[in-house]
Design a protein around this ligand. Structure first.
Ligand code: GUN
Length: 287
């Protein structure tokens, strides 16, 4: 099992250590603005968890909750204020936004060196050109997770299912950067099964269970499940059938307790780094 709770705890500890030392030597404690527009229940849960992680990481959270009918201009004005606020080193606007707000306009309005989600076109471009600045949290966190367990993706065939801006696309760039051979599958891929069967590392980020059949997982594959889906029963599950995939996989992330906490811890790492604090990726101790 690739234990997201253990790895996120190790990341949060190293961020906390580094920020506390930075503050003790006279630095300003990093501040993260966490902006939630509307009342989407899943988003509210994610945002609450991010605010809690700020406390664990020694980062000051500024909670900003706005009504669902907030205009795009009012949100742009708020971001402009935060861009100029010296107490704020990171700005996170939880997605998805209500339909009357254009997400791209918002993500590109955040000052690129406060863009701790790494979604600004400038930061995505830097990642694509191997000049990484602030990097999207889920993809970066998965690289940290693989490194933590000593899994080298160099030369491996990594298959990513899902081509979203938030996960699939940056994941492909990160793995390419690490020397992997990368295939990205998406809704127009014909014969998804043939690609999944070839995957030495499989990253599934579809956002809906049942698209990737766990029977297709190759023996000894490494399976990273990014999905978080709530069943009618209330149970949280990933995009893959965990029990079935775990029978084939050498390593697998659970849901919950896998990629989710690592994404949030990486957000804290990005925020500390945006404040100019250097964080070293944690590694599993060999004893
Ligand atoms: N919604 C789903 N994932 C994310 C994320 O990583 N950041 C933000 N801001 N919104 C999200």
């Amino acid at each position: 099992m690739l234990d997201g709770i253990e790895v996120s705890g190790a990341i949060l500890d190293s961020v906390r250590d580094a920020t506390d030392k930075y503050v003790a030597s006279g630095g300003r404690r990093p501040g993260l603005a966490v902006v939630l527009v509307g009342t989407d229940p899943a988003s509210a849960i994610y945002v609450r968890a991010k605010r809690k992680d700020c406390m664990k990481a020694g980062i000051t959270a500024r909670d900003i909750d706005l009504p669902a009918d907030t205009s795009q201009q009012d949100l742009l004005d708020l971001i402009d204020q935060l861009n100029h606020d010296d107490d704020i080193q990171g700005i996170l606007v939880q997605l998805p936004l209500p339909p009357h707000i254009e997400e791209t306009a918002i993500t590109n309005s955040i000052k690129s060196d406060k863009d701790v989600d790494g979604f600004h076109a400038f930061n995505v471009g830097r990642l694509a050109l191997r000049q990484p600045g602030l990097r999207p949290c889920t993809a970066r966190g998965i690289v940290t997770l693989l490194n933590y367990y000593g899994i080298d993706s160099k030369g491996k065939h990594c298959v990513i299912v899902g081509a979203s801006n938030i996960v699939g696309r940056p994941m492909g760039l990160e793995l390419l950067h690490a020397g992997a051979t990368v295939t990205t599958c998406h809704r127009f891929t014909t014969d998804l099964e043939a690609f999944v069967r070839q995957a030495e590392i499989l990253v599934v980020a579809v956002g809906q269970p049942g698209i990737v059949n766990a029977e297709w997982v190759a023996d000894g594959a490494i399976v990273i499940d990014v999905g978080i889906n709530r069943l009618d029963s209330g149970k949280l599950v990933g995009d893959m059938d965990f029990e079935l995939a775990a029978r084939k996989a050498a390593w697998i992330t659970p849901v919950p307790g896998g990629v989710g906490p690592i994404t949030r811890a990486t957000l804290m790492q990005n925020t500390a780094e945006a404040a100019g604090i250097h964080i070293v990726d944690p590694k599993k101790s060999q004893d």
